[in-house]
Write a protein that binds this ligand. Structure first.
Ligand code: 5GP
Ligand code: MG
Length: 179
């Protein structure tokens, strides 16, 4: 099916599973080449990264650890200040070599928040891997060390990424057809 419907929107096939697999393999190769011998801990940012994570870690050599986190923003007590918290992290990153796994980096706001919270735990090193990256939308300074595929500013679904909770199970990536 080249056109699918999720809720009130139509999406057309954009990146098929073979191309996704190649992008995941590329990220895995780069991590295996550049971080060989390090005691890695992968930190997968839920929910969108679950499929990328599952496929990637099976291609990683050595004995990495794997942890999952979810971000939650609470309204601060003063004004509308947003306070980001990581759910699922128990001070386990101190002195560790951390690789943050993101499904997609768009503006970089999410990555920025995650990165700062990881930094607070004083790891030995922090690397960032993103399966998809929108360079034209990115407005942060953090270096994205490993990128699967660069894409334009289209809204995509599938392979873990959702539209209103739908589409995460799709094996291909689709992009929005009616803007
Ligand atoms: P950022 O904080 O970089 O702007 O966006 C990161 C988060 O926004 C991603 O983790 C993802 O949840 C969501 N997001 C950004 N772009 C897309 C997209 O094209 N499709 C979907 N489904 N989610 C996106
Ligand atoms: Mg994400």
């Amino acid at each position: 099916m080249n056109i699918i419907t999720l809720g009130d929107k139509s999406f057309s096939l954009f990146i098929d599973d073979q191309k996704i697999n190649k992008a995941v393999q590329k990220v895995a190769n780069e991590i295996n080449d550049t971080l060989a011998g390090k005691n890695l801990i992968f930190l997968s940012v839920l929910n969108g990264s679950f499929m990328f994570t599952a496929d990637l870690v099976r291609l990683i050599k050595g004995n990495p650890e794997l942890s999952f986190i979810k971000t939650a923003s609470y309204e601060g007590l003063i004004g509308s200040e947003k306070v980001n918290q990581l759910i699922g992290l128990n001070n386990e990153l101190r002195h560790r070599n951390v690789v943050i796994l993101e499904d997609i980096v768009d503006t970089g706001n999410t990555l920025d928040a995650v990165y700062k919270l990881v930094q607070q735990q004083q790891p030995a090193s922090i690397k960032v891997a993103a399966l998809f990256y929108k360079p034209l939308a990115y407005k942060k300074e953090i270096n994205i060390d490993y990128v699967g595929l660069e894409i334009e500013n289209d809204f995509i679904v599938g392979y873990g990424l959702d539209y209103n909770g739908l589409g995460r199970n799709l094996k291909h990536i689709y992009k929005i057809a009616d803007k």
